[in-house]
Design a protein around this ligand. Structure first.
Ligand SMILES: [Zn+2]
Length: 82
């Protein structure tokens, strides 16, 4: 049988506070050349960067949540500059 190939996409997972189910949302992938210099310095040799969406919606109960991400306070600012 011939080998078949596929491409993987980076995603974020989160737990819905309303129904408790695990959810997945596809990350927003950016090539490093599209980032400001400040971000490129942090990335060093990485060729792409995955950002998270501002808002997510639960697939099960349709509750909407704003994303609060403690690990990367500057990400929102980068998104606005692009
Ligand atoms: Zn839910």
């Amino acid at each position: 049988m011939a080998k078949r190939h596929t491409e993987l996409f980076a995603a974020w997972s989160w737990i819905c506070d309303e129904c408790g189910r695990e959810q997945w949302v596809r990350g927003i992938q950016l090539e490093s050349e599209h980032l400001p210099e400040e971000a490129q310095d942090l990335l060093e040799d990485a060729s792409w960067w995955v950002m998270y969406p501002e808002m997510v919606v639960c697939d099960s109960c349709e509750t909407k949540f704003y994303v609060k991400q403690g690990i990367d306070d500057d990400a929102e600012g980068w998104e606005e500059e692009i």
